[in-house]
Design a protein around this ligand. Structure first.
Ligand SMILES: NC(=O)c1ccc[n+]([C@@H]2O[C@H](COP(=O)([O-])OP(=O)(O)OC[C@H]3O[C@@H](n4cnc5c(N)ncnc54)[C@H](O)[C@@H]3O)[C@@H](O)[C@H]2O)c1
Length: 251
């Protein structure tokens, strides 16, 4: 499938995990790619691999939580490629704590990157996406939909991302913009690999069965293929929707 020929796609969090797999998948499908991340070397490698795969791709170092950084980079992307059609808001971080002990800095950091960062990138991209009648895919989570112990700020940020998805979809549907989300769970990435070690030492492990896939964890390509569907014209009538990619966790 080459559903993204002539399409310019901006991916945040492109250096690792689901963002990286999204760049790889969209490169296979012919997209021109703007790859954004805070990890300079890794994001450059991802863009270089996409070019190797035969598409136009460039890397930008960009902190999604920094409004001026975001405005500058989005301006540079439009200047470089002349337009853009799809925004994949994938950048995110995880921190954990007992919910009665969340340090204020942890709350501000997680909300700042995951929720405010998603808002800032979306805000900067909206005029261009309205012009191209494009679409946005958000990285929500099963924690947008169900209780995730010890992840209070993270879950709140992901719930907010889903609320943003619905509001944007309704507000701009008549102008031809679509906004959807993936809600992954149990995806093997550096973020999920680090989560176990981050949990409070006295965590109640019996609580994790209810937020784990029924069969097995899977790799980020399973989320990337869902993102590619939502971002493509195959999903032309899918708007304001989320798709769980969680191996039946919440079924
Ligand atoms: N892995 C899972 O099981 C899972 C489940 C649900 C949702 N998600 C969500 O999917 C998204 C990707 O997660 P992942 O598992 O691939 O994690 P990951 O850590 O592999 O990738 C996240 C990427 O975001 C980048 N990033 C972090 N802060 C940034 C910032 N301020 N500005 C720009 N880039 C920044 C990181 O450098 C990294 O490259 C996240 O939003 C995460 O919350 C993941």
């Amino acid at each position: 499938m080459r559903r993204f020929e002539q399409k310019v796609v901006l991916v945040t969090g492109a250096a690792s995990g689901i963002g990286r797999a999204t760049v790889e998948r969209l490169a296979e499908e012919g997209a021109t790619l703007a790859c954004l991340d805070v990890q300079a070397d890794a994001v450059e490698e991802v863009a270089a691999a996409a070019r190797q795969a035969g598409v136009e791709a460039r890397a930008w170092v960009c902190d999604v939580a920094d409004q001026s950084d975001v405005a500058r980079v989005v301006g540079e992307v439009v200047e470089a490629f002349g337009r853009f059609d799809v925004l994949c808001n994938i950048a995110g971080i995880m921190r954990t704590s007992h919910s009665h002990e969340v340090p204020r800095e942890q709350w501000d950091l997680v909300i700042g990157v995951n929720l405010t960062g998603t808002f800032l990138v979306t805000e900067a991209c909206l005029p261009h996406l309205l012009e191209s009648r494009g679409n946005i895919v958000m990285a929500a989570s099963t924690s947008s939909l169900s209780g995730h112990p010890y992840m209070l700020a993270y879950a709140a940020s992901k719930g907010g991302i889903l609320s943003m998805t619905y509001t944007l979809a309704v507000e701009y549907a008549k102008r031809g913009l679509r906004v959807n989300a993936v809600a992954p769970g149990g995806i093997e990435t550096p973020l999920s690999a680090a989560t176990g070690a981050m949990l409070p030492p006295d965590s109640d492990w019996s609580l994790f069965g209810r937020i784990s896939p029924v069969d097995q964890n899977r790799g980020p390509d399973t989320v990337a293929s869902t993102i590619a569907f939502l971002a493509s014209d195959d999903a032309a009538h899918v708007n304001g929707e989320y798709v769980r990619v969680d191996g039946a966790t919440l079924a």
